[in-house]
Design a protein around this ligand. Structure first.
Ligand code: AMP
Length: 371
């Protein structure tokens, strides 16, 4: 028991006194509290007064400064928040715009490909190396027996049907045993998707990665575009796939090997890496040469491409694409691809296909297999 409680127990009057002191102030006493309240106001007023020179009032002034600082901070935070909201709104608008532009581009591309197909379908001449084989064209992606991850990716890319060149090239590219293919295809025909599907189809994702597909292009821009626009979306479901660009400026430490399943690059860098044994060629299953007409236009590229071809394993499949086939490209193709199926535009402008390939199927095959 406390001292007060003991006192209250001993004298009832004292107990009353104690209770009164403990109880909240009665309503009637509210006025009595006023002087205290105005004293508080005074205190606030005094605090608001500027600090005196001798520093006696420095503390209140400092607290005002602190409050102002805090208010400024709050204002800045609110402004920052508002700015972020505006930025997020703008980014969302931009993204929506980009998506609709992308969708429109895809629709236009589909239309262009369909249009092209209507015009070129009956003009595509297929010269099969093996006359007795009856590989038919594929009207749908489903009939190509692609693994699910590639078929899903194709549809996710917005491709509904194979383009004209894909109809003819894909059954050959994916055939078992694989066929070598020479395709006459300009950009916009869908040839990139055709050979990228071919490369991804043959790659088995292993670890550490072994190089299983090699794609050679005449320019770095084309190499980057192939990787970004075709390989990346097409391999969206190929967990663990590693791709390496082989371009001037790409470094692989001395003594180290390229850790990739697929290499895309220009001839000079690829030859450089081959000489330094930066990657092993013995596991390469697919060799692609794109834009061959631009390749022959540069003698260094032509010579390096031939060096690369020589390093490919015997069983390696070769896919060779060019928009035009004048004599020098036909001769280059003859050295680069053994016994190919040829998919050519039958009645393209005269200059596009050398007279060497305007011959009968048998004769053309003979010419190509006997360089
Ligand atoms: P390319 O001829 O490889 O430069 O491809 C031209 C464009 O057509 C690229 O943007 C491809 O994404 C697109 N493309 C390729 N194949 C198809 C297809 N089967 N359906 C719709 N678009 C395609």
């Amino acid at each position: 028991m406390s001292e007060e409680e003991a006192k209250a127990e001993s004298t009832p009057a004292a107990a009353e006194e104690t209770a009164a002191a403990d109880a909240p102030a009665p309503v009637a006493d509210a006025d009595a509290a006023e002087p205290t309240a105005s004293a508080d106001e005074k205190k606030v007023e005094e605090e608001a007064k500027p600090a005196t020179v001798d520093g006696a009032d420095a503390a209140p002034a400092k607290s005002t400064e602190d409050e102002e600082k805090k208010a400024a901070e709050v204002r800045a935070a609110v402004e920052e928040e508002a700015k972020k909201e505006v930025e997020a709104e703008e980014a969302a608008k931009k993204e929506a715009k980009r998506k609709s532009a992308e969708e429109l581009t895809k629709r236009l591309q589909r239309l262009a490909l369909d249009h092209q197909k209507e015009n070129t379908h009956e003009r595509l001449q297929v010269i099969q190396a093996d006359q007795s084989s009856h590989l038919s064209s594929a009207k749908t992606f489903q009939e190509l027996n692609l693994p699910k991850h590639l078929l899903d990716a194709i549809f996710e890319m917005g491709f509904e049907r194979p383009s004209a060149i894909q109809e003819e090239a894909l059954p050959r590219i994916l055939a078992d045993p694989p066929r070598n293919v020479i395709g006459q295809a300009q950009s916009g025909s869908g040839k990139t998707a055709a050979f990228v599907v071919g490369m991804l189809f043959r790659i088995v994702v292993d670890a550490p990665a072994s190089v299983q597909a090699l794609c050679v292009t005449p320019t770095r821009e084309l190499a980057v575009q192939i990787v970004q626009k075709a390989v990346a979306p097409m391999a969206a479901h190929m967990t663990g796939l590693k791709v390496q660009l082989a371009l001037a400026g790409e470094m692989v430490e001395r003594g180290k090997r390229v850790d990739a399943h697929l290499i895309v690059g220009t001839p000079g860098k690829i030859v450089d890496w081959m000489k330094r044994k930066t990657f092993i060629t013995k596991n390469i299953k697919v060799f692609v040469l794109d834009e061959a007409d631009n390749m022959v236009a540069e003698s260094g590229h032509r010579a390096n491409s031939l060096l690369i071809k020589k390093q490919m394993p015997k069983s390696c499949q070769s896919l060779f694409f060019s928009a035009t086939f004048p004599d020098e490209v036909v001769q280059f193709a003859t050295k680069m691809v053994y016994n190919p199926d040829k998919i050519l535009i039958e009645r393209g402008p005269e200059a596009l296909v050398s007279s060497l390939w305007s011959l009968t199927a048998c004769r053309a095959t003979f010419l190509l297999s006997c360089p």
